[in-house]
Design a binder for this molecule. Structure first.
Ligand SMILES: Cc1cc2nc3c(=O)[nH]c(=O)nc-3n(C[C@H](O)[C@H](O)[C@H](O)COP(=O)(O)O)c2cc1C
Length: 322
């Protein structure tokens, strides 16, 4: 929807009698832009990526009007405003940003306080270029000022075990790799939330697993460590804003007391339509119905883009996977 069309829609909402003084929000009226009519001042204001009520954020997240009796706060606004940013401006990050993001990451819960993760911060343009090529040639890996690579890291405990001459056989089990991956993911998400709270944009980059062995070499990773995913961090390019992407309705993911595996049949058509609408509003080529598009991603070995070799690669990295 163009901004002009959104403005007309706002005006017609006004004509249809919304109370004076209320802000009327049309979510996703243009990419990253929220169109707000302030009836008290009779003005239309374009707000850029700054939706400010839970109702409007929930509307954008689910593509439908959703009531919420709980008042908004900055944390909820930040979480519900998330959108992956794939276009960055040339503005460098403020000094101390990296360290603050890592402090946020280290503040996440961590299994048994084992802290089985690390992060490699890549800022060198040439290294980013090489990583970009390894990660499916995704351009934002080059263009972001900071590329964080989140490592599931059992190497520290192995080093300590050897130093203390203590057994550390549990490190050979799949459970420990899962634990380290979960820890790394929680840490990364904390950093993402922190970055977004600073007005920065992020996008995760799982494509570094397409060439996990070459990425490990590029970063000089020790045995028993694995680069789970990358994360671009930078100032969003305001000329190419990102929008909130709708998710499945809660009925599809929220099960009460026990799991209901039939519910997806009732929800999928509605979500396919919501996503179709979303891509059209973004002037993006429709990917086809969400379910078919998603199924295409899991169709078989050829869709794994090199990640089908992960068991073998992880074993070569020193993970026992027992
Ligand atoms: C672990 C992980 C890996 C991802 N890898 C990529 C990637 O390689 N390239 C990309 O463009 N987006 C990647 N994404 C971003 C997802 O595509 C995105 O989160 C999803 O489409 C939902 O959109 P949103 O984040 O804007 O809400 C990744 C997300 C996660 C959580």
């Amino acid at each position: 929807m163009s901004v002009g069309v959104a403005v007309r829609r706002c005006l017609s909402l006004k004509k249809n009698g919304a109370a004076n003084g209320t802000l009327c929000l049309v979510p996703r009226c243009a990419e990253g832009i929220y169109c707000v009519v302030n009836f008290s001042s009779d003005r239309i204001a374009m707000r850029h990526n700054a939706p400010d009520s839970l109702a409007s954020l929930l509307a954008a997240r689910y593509g439908t009007t959703t009531a919420c009796p709980i008042p908004a706060n900055d944390t909820l606004n930040g979480l519900l405003s998330h959108r992956s940013v794939r276009a960055f401006s040339a503005t460098p990050l403020a000094e101390g940003t990296l360290e603050l993001l890592v402090a946020a990451a280290q503040s996440a819960s961590t299994s048994s306080n084992l802290q089985t993760w690390s992060v490699v911060a890549v800022e060198d343009p040439q290294r980013k270029e090489r990583l970009s090529v390894l990660a499916n040639n995704q351009d934002f890996v080059r263009s972001c000022p900071l590329f964080l690579v989140w490592i599931a890291d059992l190497s520290r405990l192995q080093t300590l075990g050897l130093k203390r001459e203590k057994p550390h056989e549990s490190l050979e089990f799949l459970e420990m790799l899962l634990m380290a991956t979960i820890d790394a993911t929680l840490a990364a998400q904390n950093a993402a939330v922190a970055a977004e709270s600073l007005g920065l944009g992020v996008v995760y980059v799982g494509a570094i697993r397409n060439h996990a062995d070459q990425v490990a070499r590029e970063l000089g990773l020790p045995a028993k460590s694995f680069a789970t995913f990358g994360m671009c961090v930078g100032h969003p390019d305001t000329a190419r804003p990102a929008a909130i992407k709708p998710r499945l309705p809660q009925t599809a993911v929220l099960h009460r007391e026990t799991y209901d595996d039939g519910v997806i049949h009732d929800t999928i058509e509605g979500y396919n339509a919501t996503m179709d609408d979303f891509y059209r509003q973004q002037n993006m080529k429709p990917l086809g119905p969400w379910d078919l598009h998603s199924l295409n991603r899991v169709r078989g070995v050829d869709a794994l883009q090199g990640r089908e070799r992960l068991v073998e690669i992880l074993k070569a990295f020193g993970f026992g996977l027992r």
